[in-house]
Every structure is written in structure tokens, then in C-alpha cells.
Design a protein. Structure first.
Ligand code: ZN
Length: 452
């Protein structure tokens, strides 16, 4: 058992001063506000809850920044995807673990304490399954274990190259499974995370491009009540191809034909009509927004204002991991809306409400729902995922409470996060994860070889 004391802390009920948190076996067991620090308390000035990155493809961190020179034709998501496929084909299980380890170190240093790993790099480079079908998932789980990040592993079912069951491309061979093979992969993945504290497993039908309706129906029971994530409507070309195949847009098709509810998370949902937005909001499904990746790939801008006005829920994901940070994702989300609507504080929720606070509250709740964490935040019963901010940072001068969140998200770059506890373990101190140097060295050696 350990006890922490915070000068102020953001609780589910709002900000409170003089907060003591008791942590037992990685879980917050008691939170008391308005209590003076006791002997034995570890003291910090300001605490907020850790946030989930609900959507990550860890291996892509290794190619971050490698697709930023223009090609012969206009560069799009689809040309970026070719670079990604080439990079993926070279990665060994050791490389994957090295890249995921550094990524999770960076996530924790930037305030993400749980990751939803939408994992599709399953097989050996020739497309044959490894002896352990969950070899790559096991490497992801090991990276989570040694860094301390909470893991929701979402093995992805990927079978086709386009809508209507088209054959997969050669570049997709490491991702592709038959249904019975996928069932074995799920079983092996559950084994791989069995000993990992706080880990859980869901499934991720990759997209309507990669999965037929019959396959979707066949794999859903494999989730066994866990979360279900799917990419949807990230690109306008995807919407056009979906209409050509089915007469429906991707989100529209899912809402009509799949049991989309609170267990589901639709990743991106960028190109959605007003009707889709209203129905999606009513379904209780989380929209998994990945604002930095969506900007990086030129996807488009999600109708966030309309979705929130309709009562929709969202969380944020780092997706391609081209840049990793809670504040960065939330800032990009709000700034996309400002550019689109030519207004300020679009997502604040109402007069006088801090935009940073509104964004953080939504991302905390949406991330927890999407990764099946029934209790989140600084309260009894939640995993002890806690972030403290350095109140001496110049962007916080004279600020309290919500104004500190706005200073962090909109007015600071580095040096804001002081300590991070993940599952009760203090893994980041003075802004540095305890494995930072080792993780960098291993990552650098692996990626130098991969890009050579
Ligand atoms: Zn993705």
C-alpha cells in the first residue's frame, strides 16, 4: 500500500484541494479530499487522471516521419499506406517489441496510461503464421509489461483487399487470417496477457474493406463481451467504394447491419452525414478520433461539434503514432474545429467552460468506455493511473485548476508532466520514464537496420 497527497486533484466530481489517495495492489482504494498531508504520504502539487490512447498501431512508430517527401503523384493516405506496408514487411518480432517499448515509454511520458492496440501485424514476413500464432501479440504484451502501460489488446481480423471480399494484396500477407485461424489467434492472445495486470482483450474487424458481412457476423462472438473496434469512413474514397458496393456509406452500413452499441468503437468516422452523426450518438458508441494522424494523412475533419451537440461520446487515439501526446491530440482536435468553423473554443460545451477541461473529461470517459474500463479517473476502484503536472512551468504561472489544463493543452510543449503512475507504479519521474534510455537504444538499433 502507498499513499499520495496532492495539493489539488481533478476527481470525477471536479477539482478538490488537499487530496489523499491510497493505492493498494495497483488500484486506488480510497480518495479523501480536504485532508492535510500525513507522515508517509508522497506529496505532489497537482494531479490529473491518465488518459487512454484508444487506438494505436505500435509498429508504425518506427516509420514516423519517413513518408514526408512528396512522390511523383499527389500524395494521399493510399501512397502513405504503401510505405507502411513496405516497412511492416521487414519487422521481426524483436523489432516489434523494440518499437512498441519505446512507443509506450513515450505514451507514458506524455500522459497516456492505457493503450488500445489495434493489432494486425500477425504473421511472419512470408505470410505464414508463427509457431505461436500470437507471437507478435506476445511481444506487444511484453512491451506493455516492462513499461507499465495498461493494455487492451485488439487483434484485428483482416481478410480482403477491398469491399465485397476482394483478394488481399501481397503487401497485406502478414495481416490476413481465415476465421478458424483468427479464433486460434484470439485464444493464444488471451493466454499471452493472462498474467499481465489490468490487461484485457477485444477484437478489431479491420474495416468493411477487409471484412465481409458474413465474416463480421462470424467473428463477433469471439469478443466474448469485450470491446469491438473497427476503422470506418476515414477516407472519401472508402465512402465512395462502400456506396458502390452496398448503396450505403460505411458508418450507415454498420449502424444498419451490425449490433453497434456501447461496446463498439468506430475509429475515425471522419466522413459521416448529419443522419449518421445523430444515429451514432444515440447508439452510445464511442467515436475513436485520432486528430494528429487524421491531419497527417489528409483524412478530413470529423464533425465533432455536431456529434457532441447530439450527445455523442469520443475518445482519442494516437493511431500511426507519428507524434505522441495527450495535449497534442486534444489541441489538434479543437484546432481542426476552429479552422473549419472559423470560431474559437468550439468544443468547450458552453459559456465559461474551459475547453481543455471539456476535452480531457470527454477523452477520459470515452477512452475508458472504448477499452472496457468500467471505473476510470481518480476514484476508489479505478486502476491507479495518475499524472502530476509541474506547477512551476511558466505556462501555469498564476493559474489554477481548469486554467492549468488549458495552459498545458494550448500553451506548452515539453516539460509539463512530472510524474506518472501506471497501475500504481511510478514509471515516470521528472518527466523521464525509467526505461527511456534503454528503450531508445534498442529502438534506434532496430530502426536503423529497418530503414537501411
Ligand atoms: Zn488505425
Amino acid at each position: 500500500m502507498s499513499t499520495l497527497h496532492f495539493g489539488s486533484a481533478l476527481l470525477p466530481t471536479g477539482w478538490a484541494d488537499d487530496v489523499q489517495a491510497v493505492v493498494t495492489d495497483g488500484i486506488i482504494t480510497k480518495v479523501t479530499a480536504g485532508t492535510a498531508p500525513q507522515a508517509g504520504d508522497e506529496r505532489h502539487q497537482l494531479a490529473i487522471p491518465g488518459i487512454a490512447s484508444l487506438h494505436s498501431h505500435a509498429f508504425q512508430r518506427g516509420m514516423a516521419g519517413l513518408a514526408e517527401a512528396r512522390g511523383e503523384t499527389a500524395d494521399t493516405f493510399w501512397t502513405w499506406r504503401e510505405t507502411m506496408y513496405r516497412f511492416a514487411l521487414g519487422m521481426t518480432p524483436e523489432d516489434t517489441e523494440a518499437v512498441a517499448t519505446l512507443l509506450y515509454v513515450e505514451m507514458l511520458e506524455q500522459g497516456f496510461t492505457r493503450v488500445g492496440e489495434f493489432h494486425y501485424l500477425h504473421h511472419a514476413p512470408d505470410g505464414a503464421p508463427y509457431a505461436n500464432p500470437a507471437e507478435m501479440a506476445t511481444r506487444i504484451a511484453h512491451a506493455a509489461e516492462i513499461t507499465g502501460i495498461g493494455l487492451t489488446l485488439l487483434p484485428s481480423f483482416y481478410a480482403h483487399g477491398s469491399f465485397g471480399g476482394a483478394a488481399p494484396h501481397a503487401g497485406q500477407r502478414r495481416f490476413v487470417c481465415a476465421i478458424d485461424q483468427f479464433a486460434k489467434l484470439i485464444t493464444a492472445t488471451r493466454l499471452a496477457v493472462r498474467e499481465l495486470p489490468g490487461a484485457n482483450v477485444g477484437i478489431a474487424p479491420h474495416s468493411l474493406r477487409a471484412v465481409t458481412p458474413d465474416e463480421l457476423a462470424a467473428i463477433l462472438p469471439l469478443a466474448e463481451g469485450g470491446p469491438i473496434h473497427i476503422h470506418a469512413a476515414e477516407q472519401t474514397r472508402e465512402v465512395e467504394e462502400c456506396i458502390a458496393w452496398s448503396g450505403r456509406r460505411p458508418v450507415e452500413w454498420l449502424l444498419e447491419h451490425a449490433p453497434v452499441d456501447r461496446r463498439w468503437c468506430l475509429i475515425h468516422a471522419t466522413h459521416t452525414s448529419a443522419t449518421e452523426i445523430a444515429t451514432l450518438a444515440r447508439s452510445g458508441t464511442v467515436a475513436g478520433l485520432c486528430p494528429i494522424t487524421e491531419a497527417s494523412l489528409g483524412d478530413g475533419i470529423f464533425p465533432a461539434r455536431e456529434f457532441l451537440d447530439a450527445g455523442g461520446r469520443f475518445g482519442v487515439g494516437t493511431d500511426s503514432n507519428v507524434l505522441v501526446g495527450v495535449a497534442d491530440e486534444l489541441r489538434q482536435l479543437e484546432y481542426g474545429q476552429r479552422l473549419k468553423h472559423r470560431e474559437r473554443n468550439v468544443l468547450s460545451g458552453g459559456p465559461g467552460i474551459s475547453t481543455g477541461r471539456a476535452l480531457l473529461d470527454s477523452a477520459l470517459a470515452g477512452g475508458a468506455q472504448a477499452l472496457a474500463q468500467p471505473i476510470a479517473g481518480l476514484q476508489a476502484g479505478a486502476r491507479a493511473d495518475i499524472v502530476t503536472l509541474d506547477t512551476a512551468h511558466p505556462s501555469f504561472a498564476g493559474r489554477r485548476r481548469d486554467a492549468v489544463l488549458d495552459g498545458w493543452i494550448f500553451a506548452a510543449n515539453a516539460g509539463v508532466i512530472d510524474c506518472v503512475w501506471a497501475g500504481g507504479n511510478k514509471v515516470v519521474e521528472g518527466g523521464r520514464h525509467r526505461l527511456r534510455q534503454k528503450a531508445r537504444d534498442t529502438f534506434n538499433a532496430a530502426v536503423r537496420r529497418l530503414v537501411a
